[in-house]
Design a protein around this ligand. Structure first.
Ligand code: HEC
Length: 191
């Protein structure tokens, strides 16, 4: 009998555990489920083929004007010598080809696909207020940055089709990673 009551006690205790966990998980005043439209605002990755690119267009001139208003504060005039270490403009005609950790690495001329700049700006910039640019503004800023990097011409217009045709200067500079063991000591430990 004593044995049975112990068993019963154990069963009650086990049943109580999920109930207690459920009670703990219910944070009454924290967060709320996201609406479908809100989830879609985060779900906006643009892949290398650009299938997800929205319709829109922008010119180098429009991008230059926007850059002064929304980007110069961190990235400096014309994307050079800003307070942000990441360079926006490298040496036009001489794209950076060193390692990913090089101080001279500058994204837009380094990226292998033309859509990366668009995607990055669209999701992450301006860093102080990301997600606030319209598709046309992102096309214009991309055009401007590619122009400053010597990748497109001054009168080239960027839209969901022309962007895909941009020839990235470092597109063949990426090689599949080969695992090396033991790790090469010249790489940072977190590589
Ligand atoms: C408040 C400061 C701030 C503003 C304003 C800002 N950025 Fe940035 N930007 C950053 C920082 C910080 C990084 C580096 C982020 C990182 O490396 O994780 C960055 C990185 C970038 C990069 C990637 C460079 C690379 O090397 O890969 C691009 C492209 C870029 N910004 C574009 C823009 C554009 C276009 C605007 C204007 C719409 C803008 N940023 C406005 C802070 C800013």
């Amino acid at each position: 009998m004593q044995c049975l009551s112990k068993l019963l006690l154990a069963a009650v205790a086990m049943a109580a555990v999920p109930a207690a966990m459920a009670a703990e998980r219910a944070y009454p005043n924290v967060g709320k489920p996201l609406a479908q439209a809100e989830i879609q605002r985060f779900d906006r990755m643009i892949g290398p083929e650009g299938k997800e690119l929205p319709v829109g267009h922008g010119t180098v001139k429009e991008g230059a004007e926007l850059f002064v208003k929304r980007c110069e504060v961190c990235h400096g005039k014309t994307g050079r010598n800003g307070i942000v270490r990441r360079l926006m403009v490298g040496k036009p005609g001489e794209p950076y080809k060193g390692s990913f950790y090089g101080q001279e690495m500058n994204g837009p001329s380094y990226y292998p696909y033309p859509t990366i700049t668009w995607d990055y700006i669209n999701r992450a910039m301006p860093a102080s207020n990301p997600g606030t640019l319209t598709p046309n503004e992102v096309y214009a800023l991309t055009a401007y940055i590619y122009y400053e990097n010597g990748i497109i011409k001054e009168n080239d217009v960027m839209d969901e089709k022309t962007l895909l045709k941009v020839q990235m200067p470092n597109k063949d500079g990426f090689v599949p990673a080969k695992p090396v063991y033991p790790p090469d000591p010249k790489w940072p430990s977190w590589y």
